[in-house]
Design a protein around this ligand. Sequence first.
Ligand code: ATP
Ligand code: MG
Length: 416
Amino acid sequence: MRQSHLFTKTRREAPADEVAKNAQFLIRGGFVHKEMAGVYSFLPLGLRVLEKVCGIIRKEMKTLGAEEIFFSSLQNRVLWQTTDRWDDERVDNWFKTKMKSGTEVGLGFTHEEPITAMLKTHLHSFRDLPLSLFQIQTKFRNETRAKSGIMRCREFLMKDLYSFSRTLPEHEAFYEKVKGAYRNIFDAVGIGGETFLTFAAGGTFSKYSHEFQTVTEAGEDTIHLCEKCRVAVNEEILHEQKTCPVCGTATLTPKRAVEVGNIFSLGTRFAEALRLTYRDEGGKEAFPIMGSYGLGLARLIGAVVEIHSDSAGIIWPRNVSPFEVHLISVDGGKEEVRGVAEELYRSLSERGVSVLFDDRDARAGEKFADADLIGIPYRAVVSERSLKEGGIELKERGREHIVLVPKSDIPTFTFA
Ligand code: ATP
Ligand code: MG
């Protein structure tokens, strides 16, 4: 894509009320637009990142065998009263509104209830199980605090996955597979090394639930990390779990972290409340065992930016970068230089390399500063100097080292 056609412009300053680094860079780079506190819209560059993340998540969900759905945001009050999650005393972050008739409706903050209720129409026999459904869908939460940029929004995309199993071992096997899928997702987006399986309060059904916590100073949580096992305990359960749940050591290191994902065993709580049953092999009515697995997309992207950035801007990991290469023409109006840049843009595009081509009539310094802010992993510069030296300058974002790719190598050059 030609940068001259990109309607978004980089900005020197983020809004004064924006304190989080992730949102500052994403706004300044033209990835997102801040509508109001905790509410962000995605612009072309941000949408490209979002689509990459969606692709990574979808691949892992499909590998788990989960089918994709897309549920409504508007929620039926009666349904949520049945599970005792409607009252504001029980759930403190509902956004609620009214139909013209006066009937109250809610904007979904999660989807256990509607998915369980829907299955009453589609689940009949043990042969229909196990079953898992996922969606990438907008959630609404009336959060008190919204100081973490896109990591804590009042409206945000969540990947939510729900599993229904016949037996505890069947449920547990799926739960373990989800842990693996989450690991793959965090590795793919470039935060695997900073993200730890964290033991958290489990509710009534299981001793623990599990969070995936990414260590960053920008996080709102504190986890206690076992450096040896690479697992952590959430601060909230530290009074009942003072040692590493894996090796038993009491040497745990406190770290600031953000919860990027959460997986939960729900047992039969929702199935019982909403009377979702199936006929088991003996013909008896039984409740399926449920699991719920969340992952916030904006939060994930925010965590990536917090970890992969420097004072000049973002340093996107390859898999989530909006483009693979930022090609910069420093031609100062010189046709020969411009011609080489145009040729390179064409040949890279033909080879399927996604390129943001800075073809703007702007100063070199401005182009380089924008490239650092936007954070595409490879920067290729065509300039009078580089051509004199026989080729193009190639630099990785976040590294100082510049290599000269000879002109003759350009047609076949690959970004290893
Ligand atoms: P937190 O304790 O940070 O509020 P939570 O326990 O409310 O998180 P869940 O209800 O488990 O979060 O939601 C599943 C996932 O959705 C979280 O792991 C996180 O990635 C994401 N998420 C939750 N709240 C927000 C929010 N306000 N903005 C963006 N993402 C969110
Ligand atoms: Mg919350």
